[in-house]
Structure formats: C-alpha cells, structure tokens
Design a protein around this ligand. Structure first.
Ligand SMILES: *[C@@H]1O[C@H](CO)[C@@H](O)[C@H](O)[C@H]1NC(C)=O
Length: 483
C-alpha cells in the first residue's frame, strides 16, 4: 500500500509537472538564472527576468540589479553596478571603483588615489621612481621625481648634477632654472644635463655660467699651450687673467681688471698686468695706475693733477685734462702750466714787483692770477686796472686790459699811470692836468683854468685862459690887466 501510494504520488507529480510545462508560456514563468536568456522589453528593464534582475538589452541575458563584480553593465538605470563598483567605460563590466592597479581606465580619476591611468596601456598604474623607464605624459613619476619626456625616464626633482634638464624638448624651461637644483645650471649645448656652475678656469658658455664671483671669458686660450675655449675667471680679473673688450654674438662685453689691486688691462696681450706706479715707465699697453697719467713724450707715470715743478701739458681743452697742473701748490699759491718755456707747473704770475719767481714773466700759457693782467710792455703782471706807476697803454679804451685806474692817466712818455697834475706841475699834450686846472702848453705846466693876474698863460691860446679883465700878452705870457 505504501509502495502503491508512492507510485500514485509519483504519477501525480509527473502529471503535475507535465501540466506545468504545458502551461509555462501562458503562465509567464520568469528567468531566474544569472546569464539566462531573456526577452528584452524596452519599456521594462526586468523584462521576463525574475524579480531582482534585469534583462541586458544587448546580451539579452538576465543579471542581478544592481550588478555585481565582473557582470556586464550599462550606464543606465537598472543596468548599473552595485556599491564600490563602477561600470567600466571600455569593458562595460562592473569593476572596483576607484580602479586598482592594472585595472582598465580612461582617465586618471578612474584609478585609485596614487595610481595614474597610463594612456598607452589604459591600465591604472603606480608612478615610477628613479631612473625607471616608462614615464610619459599620462604616467608621471613618483614623489620627488619628474619625467624626462625625451628619455621617458624618471629623474630626481629638482635635478642634480648629471641628470637631464627639464624642458629640453621645448627648448624652454618648464620650471625655473630648467629644473636644476640650486648650485647647478642646465648645460644646454652638449649634454642638456644639470651641471654644477663651473669654477675658476673651468669651461663655460652662455648656457653654463660660472660660479658667483667668476665670469665666462669667451674664446680664449686658457693658459699657454692649451686649447681655445671659454673659461671662467675672476670678476674683476686678477693678475695675468684675460681681460679687455670681447665681441660675443654681436654684443660687446668688457672684462675689467681689478683696478683696486692696481691691475690694468694690457690690450696688446689681452691680460691683466700691474699698472705702472708713479715714476715708472708707461706705454700704450702698460697704462698708469689710478691717479696717475702717462706723460706724453716722457712716458712716465705722474700724478694727476700735476704738482708744482712737475711736467705738464695744458692746451685748455679736455684733451689735456690728465696732464694739467693742480689749482694751487701746497701753500695755496695758484699754479699754472708754463707751456712756452719750462713746460712745468709753475706759480701763476703775480704782481711783478712782489713776485719772487725768476723772470717773473707772463705770456700765453703762463697767465697772471685774477686781479692782474699781463703787460705788453714788459710781459709782467700788474694790477688791473693799473695803479700809479704801473705800465699802461696811452689812450687805451675802456676795454683795455692795461688801462689805468680811476683818476689816473697813462703818461704817453713814460707809458705809466700817474695822477693828473696840479697847479704848477708838469703837463703836456696827452698828460693833462687835474680837474680845475689846465695845461698851459707853452709852459708845460698846469695852471688854474682861469688864470689870475700874474699867472702864466699861453699866448697861442689867447686871452681866454685868463680871468675876466685880464689878457695874455705874447711878450709876457702871463695874465695881465687888459690894456
Ligand atoms: C717720483 O719722482 C719724483 C722726482 O724725482 C720724486 O719727488 C717722487 O718722490 C717720486 N715718487 C715716487 C713715488 O717715487
């Protein structure tokens, strides 16, 4: 009975199963298998998948919604990935989000922090470190390194000596100092690597400047019997170092010698030499030291300005400014350059009578001091205007440098300044009497302008010289009562 019952149950179950199978299409049985076939309906993401699944519109397969790791996905509601997953933009499968190393990516933000999307491999990748190849625009180097995009290799940042400069491919520094560390500079002719600033006598060029305190001397022989090149030398240049004006790329550059150290540039050899000292010989390429000038003709260094007794040249122009005399000597007496005779600095001529300078002459190039002028009569200096007794030029105009002072007249006979004469004193044409007197020419004596009786008069002039009521008699040339 028991077996029969069981047989009956089995038969019933079979019947039921058959009935179910027959009824399935009509009963809308759902697809529950992950990846199982479904009939996609655009109006219903689930379509004929069972609850909790959606029908992939392209694959036409049922998958859980939201999708789990590795399952096909779409960036659309209903077909998207679950928490901590993202629908991979290329592979359209659910991948960990953000991407782990080696996981596909399109952009850096697809990758986890610290990883980059390598645009060549389209995989998330950790940055490279020192000297590891394979860095490029989309795969930078690790912290403390930067990518040399010509070598595609990471180098320490900032670059140290013998590592590539940054920005070579652009021939333009992408970062200050071409990415080179302090104390180094980008050698941009040969190596394009950061190099320490070259030291004394080390090779240099425009793009590899010398250490502080040095400057690059272009195209010279560093030392005898060595090749030509550009080398670093002290600035200013020291003894025997190259100096002078050098044209580099059309621009003139001047490399001076250390003048403070008494050096000067001998342009004939282009090196710094010790400047000639006082009394030492000098010539074109061995100039005198500071405060000295090479005296023309004598070729010895003399101090500027020249002192009393020293050779001088002074043509009044700036051409001779280095050879001129000091304004005065050690005790304040004015100096002048005697261009005509001694060619030395002498005291300027003073008043002839008091001058103790032998000769005491003045002439062109040896002028008188202010307040005095040179007399053309004896070539000596006298007061200007002249005082009594000093030489003068008779009848000289008001502009004359040899005129007599106020109240004086220049005697034509002595050519000296004298006061006009008074009553009874000598006078003659050109040497008149003082105001209020007139020269009675016949007598060469001064008389009152209107003579009184008994005073001399000039018969040639007539009675007009005599006072009223008097006349001048030819026989007795004195004023007498008119007859
Ligand atoms: C240069 O020579 C002059 C004249 O002989 C002399 O007075 C002077 O002391 C010399 N100067 C030096 C620095 O030797």
């Amino acid at each position: 009975m028991r077996q029969r019952t069981s047989a009956t149950a089995a038969a019933l179950a079979l019947v039921a199963a058959l009935a179910l199978q027959l009824a399935a299409p009509a009963a809308a049985a759902c697809q529950n298998t992950v990846g199982g076939a479904c009939t996609y309906s655009a109006s219903n993401a689930q379509s004929d998948c069972c609850a909790g699944k959606t029908c992939h519109p392209v694959l036409k397969q049922c998958y859980p919604s939201p999708r789990t790791l590795g399952q096909p996905c779409l960036d659309q509601d209903g077909y998207d990935c679950g928490a901590n997953l993202a629908c991979d933009p290329v592979w359209k499968r659910c991948m960990p989000s953000p991407g782990k190393e080696k996981q596909p990516c399109i952009k850096h933000s697809d990758c986890s922090s610290g990883l980059y999307c390598n645009d060549y491999t389209r995989r998330c990748q950790a940055p490279n470190a020192a000297n590891t190849k394979n860095c490029h625009a989309s795969l930078p180097c690790g912290a403390g390194y930067s990518c040399d995009t010509i070598r595609n290799q990471c180098f320490v940042a900032p670059r140290t000596a013998d590592t590539p400069c940054v920005g070579r491919e652009m021939n333009n520094p992408a970062v200050p100092n071409w990415g080179c560390a302090a104390g180094t500079s980008c050698e941009r002719v040969i190596s394009w690597e950061c190099q320490p600033f070259p030291g004394l006598q080390k090779a240099c060029h425009d793009f590899l400047p010398c250490q502080a305190g040095l400057s690059c001397h272009p195209y010279i022989q560093k030392a005898r019997y060595t090749g030509f090149g550009s080398f670093c030398f002290n600035e200013p240049r020291l003894l025997n170092q190259p100096c002078g004006i050098v044209t580099v790329g059309g621009q003139q550059r001047t490399f001076d010698c250390d003048f403070d150290a008494g050096l000067t540039c001998d342009i004939s050899v282009g090196r710094c030499v010790a400047a000639a000292k006082e009394n030492q010989s000098c010539y074109t390429n061995r100039p005198c030291g500071d405060g000295l000038s090479c005296h023309p003709g004598q070729q010895i260094c003399l101090r500027v300005p020249r002192l009393e007794g020293m050779p001088c040249v002074d043509d009044g122009t700036d051409d001779t400014i280095d050879f001129k005399c000091a304004d005065s000597n050690s005790i304040g007496e004015p100096l002048t350059c005697d261009m005509l005779v001694t060619k030395r600095c002498i005291k300027a001529q003073t008043y002839a009578k008091t001058s103790n300078v032998a000769g005491a002459h003045c002439y062109e190039g040896r002028p008188c001091i202010d307040g005095l002028t040179c007399s053309t009569s004896d070539q000596k200096c006298y007061n200007y205007p002249r005082i009594a007794g000093e030489p003068c030029i008779p009848n000289a105009g008001a502009d004359s440098l040899e005129k007599c002072g106020p109240g004086l007249v220049c005697r034509p006979d002595t050519k000296k300044c004298e006061a006009p004469r008074l009553m009874g004193e000598l006078c003659f044409p050109g040497f008149p009497c003082a105001s209020g007197f007139s020269c009675v020419n016949a007598f060469r004596q001064c008389a009152r302008a209107s003579q009184l009786a008994g005073e001399y008069c000039d018969p040639a002039v007539g009675p007009s010289e005599c006072s009223a009521g008097l006349s001048c008699s030819a026989q007795w040339p004195y004023c007498v009562r008119s007859a």
